[in-house]
Design a protein around this ligand. Structure first.
Ligand code: NAD
Ligand code: TYD
Length: 360
């Protein structure tokens, strides 16, 4: 059996996945993309409304852990690559309810790896050699750093601290073993915190923008001095395309923005941008809404990514600085209040009812 030139993406209705799909299809010569998404609370077809009519966008509403369904999808579309974005992705939710993280990030990834292994084994010649599984992982698998520690390199050992990070680390180990034992051609990326349009307003930056505009408190966990590296989402998608095209089999690539910042500084920056773009009616700064709340249990103090390998081996560097990326992001949220309103009211899920009835 030979592959087609299409690629299969899981989780393409989520935040990063939908950017990847939109960017991919924005290239008029790009091959078709099969988008498999279960549409959990984090999946939002509003993000994809512009490409739903595009015949190169093959929309498949399915759970990647449904082996029979995925076997059919692979046989029907014969993709030359799988980019695995699908996951439960929110650390706070993993603390309140880890089961879904184990089921999806480990269980469903295992199921799809098994189907990909059988599919890959049946491929021939160049199709078999050229097939790729790209595992979209996170810097959180490396655990936490102290101030002054050198940033994570690809050889840093896995020391995950949250149920989310542990489930992603487990998935990465499975992907590694499927390469080592069965010869599945895999590459893995570990990216830092993404931000940009279409991010679900449970994550720090969109939550702060939405709450600020609603006149609600801006919750800062603990002292707000926890540090993350922040990367604009389009740069992450560009890095994934680069690794897909040029990554070395079995290799891990750290993807980051060379932009470490404390949470409190991030929130103050967002507030200042909002003060300029849409000042509060009472003339007070949005920063006056900042409220310190109880810290996250087991909160990692610092993540920092050394993305040297991406630059020296694959020639990738982020295009956005934090200043340009955060400005674009704040502008997008200001220009799309209805997107946020539909997410917050749950209306973004209405199409499920329309499309699938009460079985949705
Ligand atoms: P997200 O939560 O916004 O989207 C996840 C998507 O996966 C949703 O559309 C959901 O419906 C879908 N999904 C969940 N379970 C599924 C299943 N069983 N089958 C098919 N689809 C399923 O996540 P995101 O922020 O876009 O993150 C995407 C990937 O990138 C994740 O693997 C995450 O671990 C990784 N990552 C995220 C960040 C970040 O800052 N957001 C940083 C580094 C890595
Ligand atoms: P988040 O966006 O949830 O990403 P992650 O936990 O994957 O890094 O959180 C980013 C940082 O912001 C993290 O240190 C937790 C902190 N945070 C707050 O202080 N307040 C909030 O309301 C949220 C959602 C996060």
């Amino acid at each position: 059996m030979k592959t087609s030139d299409s690629i299969l993406v899981t989780g393409g209705a989520g935040f990063i996945g939908s950017h990847f799909v939109l960017d991919w299809l924005a290239n008029p010569s790009a091959p078709p993309l099969v988008n498999v998404d279960k549409l959990t609370y984090a999946g939002n077809l509003d993000n994809l409304s512009s490409v739903l009519p595009d015949p190169r966008h093959v929309w498949v509403h399915a759970d990647m852990g449904d082996r029979a369904r995925m076997r059919e999808v692979l046989a029907q579309h014969r993709p030359c690559a799988i980019v695995n974005f699908a996951a439960e992705s929110h650390a706070d939710r993993s603390i309140h309810g880890p089961q879904a993280f184990i089921d999806t990030n480990i269980g469903a990834t295992f199921a799809l790896l098994e189907e990909a292994r059988a599919y890959h084994a049946a491929l021939q010649g160049d199709s078999q050699a050229g097939f790729r599984w790209l595992q979209v992982s996170t810097d959180e698998v490396y655990g936490t750093l102290q101030p002054g520690d050198t940033p994570f390199t690809e050889t840093h050992r896995f020391v995950p601290n949250s149920p989310y990070a542990a489930s992603k680390a487990a998935a990465d180990h499975l992907v590694r073993a499927w390469h080592h034992t069965y010869g599945l051609p895999v590459v893995t990326t570990h990216c830092s915190n993404n931000y940009g349009p279409y991010q679900f307003p449970e994550k720090l930056i969109p939550l702060v923008i939405a709450n600020a505009l609603d006149g609600k408190p801006l919750p800062i966990y603990g002292d707000g001095q926890q540090v993350r590296d922040w990367l604009y989402v389009a740069d992450h998608c560009d890095a994934i395309r680069t690794v897909l095209a040029k990554g070395q089999l079995g290799a891990h690539y750290n993807v980051g923005g060379w932009n470490e910042m404390a949470n409190l500084h991030i929130v103050q920056t967002v507030c200042e941008l909002l003060d300029r773009a849409q000042p509060r009616a009472d003339g007070q700064p949005y920063a006056s809404q900042i409220t310190h709340v109880a810290d996250r249990p087991g909160h990692d103090q610092r993540y920092a990514i050394d993305a040297t390998r991406m630059a020296t081996e694959l020639g990738w560097r982020p295009k956005e600085t934090f200043a340009t990326g955060i400005e674009k992001t704040v502008q997008w949220y200001l220009q799309h209040p209805q997107w946020v309103a539909r997410v917050r009211s749950g209306a973004y899920r209405d199409w499920m009812q329309t499309q699938y009835g009460s079985g949705a």
